[in-house]
Ligand binder design. Structure first.
Ligand SMILES: Cc1cc2nc3c(=O)[nH]c(=O)nc-3n(C[C@H](O)[C@H](O)[C@H](O)COP(=O)(O)O)c2cc1C
Length: 194
């Protein structure tokens, strides 16, 4: 079993990474192989809307996108996490999502699509973190990550909204949300073992 966490932040000691590590802690303790990556470390350009992926499940742009997809292909569990930047995910995370247009196909009509990972057994947890204390300030950060995950065929086991965290690592002072993250990590493990 393998669990991959994809972090939309570039802050290596930031709140998103801290929460990811809390999620992964029970997985590491259970001896499961885990990997956490910062998507900003990968050179992933913008989707050009060329439709080159329309029938192949593969993006035709040659950059680091395929490296990340290979990691997702090899993972059983995925954690998709991003801080809120202006009511949405970071631009690094958004480019990954846009390029993943290659992970859906429209075989019959544009109204219905199938995701590459449908029936694959891949499960995921989505995480959004923002500074303000109301869900409205998070905009679509969490719903975008969750809708995207469902569209490409992941089963979303849990979603966590971290509200009220600004300074890098300030989430370390909130034992409630760290416990909530550990519990979500346990749920992911349990789901994958079923
Ligand atoms: C460019 C930028 C835009 C931001 N936009 C929002 C926002 O719309 N709403 C909000 O509540 N926080 C916003 N924040 C605050 C971050 O979401 C918050 O500091 C978060 O904890 C950062 O996570 P990290 O430490 O993992 O990078 C923004 C921060 C930056 C740098």
């Amino acid at each position: 079993m393998k669990i991959l966490a994809i972090n939309g932040s570039r802050r290596t000691k930031g709140n998103t990474e801290t929460l990811i590590q809390a999620l992964l802690a029970p997985c590491n303790a259970a001896g499961v192989e885990t990997e956490s990556i910062f998507i900003g470390d990968y050179n992933i350009g913008a989707c050009t809307g060329c439709e080159g992926c329309a029938k192949s499940w593969q993006c035709v742009i040659k950059d680091d996108y395929a490296k990340v997809i290979n990691k997702i292909d090899a993972a059983d569990g995925i954690i998709l996490a991003s801080p809120t930047y202006w009511y949405s995910v970071t631009s690094d995370m958004k480019r990954l999502i846009d390029r993943s247009y290659s992970l859906v196909q429209f075989p019959v009509s544009r109204k219905n699509w199938i995701g590459k990972y449908q029936n694959s057994g891949k499960a995921c947890i989505t995480v959004g973190i923002c500074e303000q204390f109301e869900m409205a300030a998070m905009g679509n950060t969490l719903s975008l990550l969750t809708d995207f995950s469902k569209d490409i065929g992941f089963e979303v086991v849990d979603s966590i909204a971290g509200l009220g965290f600004f300074a890098a690592g300030s989430i370390n002072n909130d034992s409630d949300i760290l416990s909530r993250a550990e519990a979500a990590g346990q749920s992911l493990l349990k789901h994958l073992k079923q």
